[in-house]
Ligand binder design. Structure first.
Ligand code: SF4
Length: 334
């Protein structure tokens, strides 16, 4: 465990965490809503520091990031815990666990960076659960990673505070989940506010972090045109070049009795986003080889990056431009 980075001490040995917008006030002996930050005798500790429950290499496309170092692998780590409690969570076994339930074996930041070097991954992803709740581990790892010219990626619900994003200067790229409308966040995600997520995306963009947005669509929950249009217009108004991924839901956790998302729903969402002016829109989690996982030039329509599942089959982006018409393609390319 490690003393938390962003918190303040209150009266009577209570503390207030300022990592995420829940801003938990925690009495002595208590823990935060995420179940991994504990007040021990008036000091807040990150209990999962350097205790990952997952260490893997993944294609960066799995995050999904389609315009950030496409075709590369990323070292991916997570600890248990989350600050949201979405009824449809696909990783609930680790995200909804308290710190004691996670592995206690330590993998320090230096070892994570060494592994990235050994596997030659140009990035490290903080992913699977919510990396905001293990920020101290991610931050320390990120600082060391940058010294080795390795980039840092957050796959996040975007519920972190402005203080955290101000502190996290080493964040290079993020995929932020925008889950639905305000009502969906209140009803399905554990009583949180959508606006904080949108504000985080705006701050990341101001910080020059590369951002892509994912919207997991669940039948009967957030598949209405108004909800999809709201997210599409947000992306368009902030930056029409910001990629938007519509992803299919599969039954999980407290939504085991909900049907998977039909592909037609994602196709309809894609049309709404394109009509809103978003330039790069994808359908994910359907079937390997879905043509709507390919990247097209927004100017001439050429299929520039062809994918099959998480594999990149071919790329015709040349120095960040379409090889056919020379249009600049938004993203971070090698
Ligand atoms: S990170 Fe955890 S303890 Fe801190 S405010 Fe969020 S839920 Fe509460």
């Amino acid at each position: 465990m490690k003393e938390a980075y962003l918190y303040k001490k209150l009266k009577d040995k209570a503390v207030q965490c300022s990592l995420c917008n829940r801003r938990c006030k925690i009495p002595e002996g208590g823990r935060g809503n995420c179940q991994v930050r504990e007040n021990i005798r008036g000091t807040l500790y990150a209990m999962t520091y350097a205790k990952p429950c997952s260490v893997n290499t993944d294609p960066i496309e799995k995050k999904p990031l389609f315009h950030f170092l496409p075709g590369t692998e990323t070292l991916s780590i997570a600890t248990v815990g989350c600050n949201l409690h979405c009824q449809h969570c696909q990783n609930w076994e680790i995200s909804q666990a308290a710190w004691e339930a996670g592995p206690q074996r330590e993998v320090p930041p230096s070892e994570v960076v060494r592994l990235a070097g050994e596997y030659k991954t140009p990035s490290i992803s903080y992913t699977y659960t919510e990396p905001t709740i293990f920020y101290e581990y991610a931050k320390d790892t990120s600082v060391l990673a940058h010294k080795q010219k390795i980039k840092n990626v957050f796959v996040t619900n975007g519920y972190m505070t402005k203080e955290m994003l101000k502190d996290y200067k080493e964040l290079d790229a993020a995929n932020v989940d925008v889950k639905g409308n305000e009502e969906f966040y209140k009803k399905v995600c554990g009583g949180v506010e959508m606006q904080h997520v949108l504000d985080s995306i705006k701050r990341m963009k101001r910080n020059k972090t590369w951002v892509e947005v994912t919207n997991l669509i669940i039948p009967g929950q957030n598949d209405d045109n108004a909800s999809i249009l709201q997210i599409s217009e947000f992306v368009h108004d902030l930056d029409p070049n910001m990629p938007l991924h519509f992803s299919a839901f599969f039954p999980a956790y407290k939504m085991r009795n909900t049907n998977p998302t039909p592909r037609e729903t994602l196709v309809k969402a894609r049309e709404i986003a394109l009509e809103s002016g978003v330039k790069y829109v994808y359908c994910g989690n359907t079937y390997p080889g879905d043509p709507f996982e390919n990247t097209h030039c927004p100017n001439c329509g050429e299929a520039l990056i062809k994918r099959h599942g998480f594999a990149l089959l071919e790329s015709h982006v040349d120095k960040g431009k379409c090889h056919s018409c020379g249009q600049k393609i938004a993203g971070v390319f090698k």
